[in-house]
Design a protein around this ligand. Structure first.
Ligand code: OSB
Ligand code: MG
Length: 367
């Protein structure tokens, strides 16, 4: 596909509730949205980078800069751009997986729209709906947490994940277990612990958690492998896994018993599928992570989560878990699941009014 123009748009959508994590409190979704216009098609991409470089090194201002000055010029310079060719086209730019993933998503959406194929079908989907989990932030006390979780259980979410950090781990988990002995429950630390906390983290073993996500620093594969040997609770990696090779290595050294897949974190949907394939080949369960995406990123996540290796519910919650009003028609929870879009490409598009109302800035870049 020859690319004629790319629109870079910055959107901001307030969250219904602030979301507290070990790396800060998020009050709104700030996203870079791309619209690629090709010779005979167009496509949408969403970048999953947060406003600040607190989850990973990327952040929206940096993403806009690297897109404008590095990635888009290289994309325009190519005569024929394909989603499968993008990674090598952009390989001279080190890092910036989320920025690259946003371009890939938009190009892939455009390619699939042009041929009338849904993203899910293209990726190898085996399901028409995916089990939805919900990720719950850190609260000021356990009573508040139990109330928040009760509301999500009531909605029908099929599993609950809570964010943990030192000082907010065993007690909140105990409170949830006392109230819901059989609730599928997992915890996410976003790298807030140190190796010396291993004994303390082992106290989570009594609660039959599905997994403990990313307790240690992203680069600490050895620490995770040691922890995995000390804990009964399976260790799941999020931040540590930036490629299919990372996944293979983590599995090989015993650092990951389960893997959270986020397309943005690994540089795109195509690498995400390779992570899925590596894990499937090793019998390692995967689930689809989330970055509180708008409906565009959510559509891509839900398509990815419909691949056969995604055997655990994802952080693929309904739109109303995040926003009063999304920029696309909302994803709704139906019996604890989200339906996989079936239309061409992402199968969803922004609503003009909602998108316009949430836009902070937009500009069109041409070759
Ligand atoms: O670690 O999974 C994470 C949100 C922002 C950054 C990192 C993470 C999260 C979540 C929310 O846990 C997942 C979601 O509901 O999209
Ligand atoms: Mg995580």
């Amino acid at each position: 596909m020859r690319i004629e123009a790319i629109e870079i748009r910055r959107v901001s959508i307030p969250f219904l509730e602030p979301f507290r994590t070990s790396f800060g409190t998020l009050t709104h979704k700030e996203a870079v949205i791309l619209r690629v216009v090709g010779s005979d098609s167009f496509g949408w991409g969403e970048c999953t980078a947060l406003e600040a470089p607190t989850y990973s090194s990327e952040y929206v201002d940096g993403v806009e800069h690297v897109l404008t000055h590095q990635l888009l010029p290289r994309t325009f310079a190519a005569r024929d751009v394909t989603a499968t060719g993008l990674a090598s086209l952009l390989a001279d730019v080190k890092g910036h997986p989320m920025a690259k993933a946003a371009i890939e998503m938009a190009v892939l959406d455009a390619e699939l729209r042009a041929v009338g194929l849904s993203l899910a079908t293209y990726l190898g989907s085996t399901r028409v709906a995916v089990d939805a989990g919900v990720s719950v932030g850190i609260m000021s006390d356990t009573a508040e947490l139990v109330d928040a979780v009760a509301a999500f259980v009531e909605c029908g979410y099929r599993r609950v994940k809570i964010k943990i950090e030192p000082g907010w781990d065993v007690e909140p988990v105990r409170a949830l277990r006392e109230r819901w002995p059989d609730l599928p429950l997992q915890v996410d630390a976003n790298a807030a612990y140190e190796r010396r906390d291993a004994r303390h983290l082992a106290r989570l073993d009594e609660f039959d958690l599905i997994l403990l996500e990313q307790p240690l620093a992203a680069g600490d594969l050895l620490g995770h492998a040691q922890l995995a040997r000390m804990l009964r609770t399976p260790i799941c990696l999020d931040e540590s896994i930036e490629s299919a090779r990372d996944a293979a290595d983590a599995i090989r050294v015993g650092a990951a018993e389960i893997i959270n897949i986020k397309a943005g974190r690994v540089g795109g949907l195509l690498e995400a599928r390779r992570v899925h394939d590596v894990c499937a080949a090793h019998g390692v369960a995967v689930w689809c992570g989330g970055m509180q995406e708008t409906g565009l990123g959510r559509a891509a996540n839900v398509a990815l989560a419909s691949l056969p290796g995604f055997t655990l519910p994802g952080d693929t919650s309904a739109s109303d878990r995040y926003f009063q009003c999304d920029i696309t028609p909302p994803f709704r929870l139906l019996d604890g699941r989200l339906e996989v879009p079936t239309g061409p490409g992402l199968g969803i598009e922004p609503c003009d009014d909602a998108l316009g109302g949430r836009t902070i800035s937009s500009r069109v870049v041409r070759p």
